[in-house]
Design a protein around this ligand. Structure first.
Ligand SMILES: Nc1nc2[nH]cnc2c(=O)[nH]1
Ligand SMILES: [Zn+2]
Length: 435
């Protein structure tokens, strides 16, 4: 058998509280991109023999390099990328009206779509995002271009054509019928690309954008086509109030009534959830995508990740570009620690999130949120090899290493100081997509 072996310092999460660290380890990858064996370097020869590996390409990591699972961005709006870093003077509902819909409706232009989507995919891969869960726009043909960009550059992704029939400019909404018909067309077209790494995802924008009837139809489509679901929940207090007024029910209950809460559903934000709503999310196996940078820039609030965990809810990370400015999950890890530290100033006996906690959310927690934890998220044998090689000894990067570091310290340097310069190689399903 042919394949590839990576030798050196390896870190991944076994579960929420457990980091696995190999000081001198190996990961053996088959030509099919799957992990065949892992362990200490001293056991490599016997693993090779047992698995009948004859020809192996070897990558030996340098002293200040570590191998990590690829990062997973569970919430990013690809068409909003040109607005990243702009327009943070307004809270959510005004921000959507003043900046966001005005930009998104330009994606009728397929040239613009290709230019921006290629840039977003290239940029997120450069930051080590091996899997992204994208909101595209209302337009199915433009959203298909995002699925093609992702295919071209080799990223693993979910791509959602957004459903929106109200509460937006009259030239950026669809009728209920168009919304459903174009979603079905989009699903068929993404499936026709025949790329197993790219899946369509059901994407009602949020409860205020569509009626119950459309949400129910979308949940039936998700069931029939076996699809994941994504939307927003409880991001902003005015939004929550409007949802209560519109549906006379709790935000999470609205989605539950529509059958949108499933173990394959990821909801962005979840800042202002009540106890009952958290219980409902736990009961239905729904995950939250925590988007800490966006929550600060849109003045939405601080999400209490520990509380969600206490309720048994899985929490992942999202950049939420352009609610968040940075397309980097390394940045999202850092922002999650800042957000939780700020929370600890106002709550007694609150333990702020650690670098291990946020690393978990960026990897295995993300995989769980997308129901891909049998496929990616760590280096368990049988999973696909989605990984990053991180180098903390890059000249002119912000992470100067002036002393010896353990693998755990190298990971901390990445979380608190790292950027795309430190991500020197990226693999998706065993294939190198950044070198
Ligand atoms: N952050 C964010 N929240 C939303 N809620 C509904 N649409 C959006 C969006 O585009 N971004
Ligand atoms: Zn969002």
């Amino acid at each position: 058998m042919e394949g590839r072996v990576i030798l050196g310092q390896i870190i991944h999460c076994i579960n929420l509280n457990t980091l696995s660290v190999l000081d001198n380890g190996f990961v053996l990858i088959g030509i099919d991109g799957k992990i065949k064996a892992t362990g200490n370097a001293s056991d490599l020869e016997s693993a090779k023999k047992q698995l009948n590996f004859t020809r192996l390409e070897t990558i030996t990591l340098k002293k200040k390099q570590i191998l990590l699972p690829g990062f997973i961005d569970t919430h990013i709006h690809a068409p909003q990328y040109p607005n990243a870093g702009l327009g943070y003077d307004k809270p959510l509902l005004e921000w959507l009206d003043s900046y966001t819909y005005k930009l998104e409706k330009k994606y009728k232009d397929l040239e613009l779509s290709k230019k921006v989507y290629d840039a977003v995919v290239r940029k997120t891969l450069d930051y080590g995002t091996t899997t992204a869960c994208y909101f595209a726009s209302l337009y199915d043909d433009s959203s298909l271009i995002l699925a093609n960009s992702v295919t071209k550059f080799g990223q693993r992704a979910f791509v959602g054509k957004v459903n929106m029939t109200k509460l937006a400019p009259s030239d950026y909404v669809e009728t209920a019928q168009e919304s459903i018909d174009n979603t079905l067309k989009f699903i068929r077209n993404v499936r026709a690309i025949n790329n197993p790494l790219v899946q369509p995802i059901i994407t009602p924008r949020f409860a205020l954008s569509v009626d119950m009837d459309v949400m129910k139809k979308l949940s039936l489509i998700a069931k029939e086509y076996n699809l994941n679901i994504q939307t927003h929940i409880s991001e902003n207090k005015d939004e929550v109030k409007m949802v209560h007024e519109t549906y006379n029910d709790l935000y999470a209950s609205v989605y539950h009534t529509a059958n949108l809460l499933t173990p394959r559903t990821v909801l962005a934000h979840g800042i202002h959830l009540s106890e009952d709503e958290m219980k409902l999310l736990h009961k239905t196996g729904t995950s939250i995508s925590h988007c800490p940078e966006s929550n600060v820039y849109l003045s939405s609030g601080i999400c209490d990740v520990r509380k969600l965990w206490e309720h048994g809810i899985n929490v992942a990370l999202g950049t939420d570009v352009s609610g968040g400015a940075s397309p980097s999950i390394i940045n999202a890890m850092r922002s999650a620690i800042s957000a939780s530290t700020n929370l600890s100033f106002t709550k007694s006996k609150y333990t702020k999130l650690t670098y291990v906690d946020v690393f978990y959310m960026a990897t295995l927690g993300g995989a769980k949120a997308l129901a891909l934890d049998n496929e990616i998220g760590n280096f368990e044998v049988g999973k696909s090899f989605d990984a990053v090689i991180v180098d903390l000894d890059i000249e002119h990067s912000s992470a100067d290493l002036l002393s010896e570091c353990t693998p755990q310290e190298l990971l901390q340097k990445l979380v608190f100081l790292g950027d795309d310069r430190n991500v020197v190689k990226v693999f998706v399903n065993g294939k190198i997509v950044k070198d």
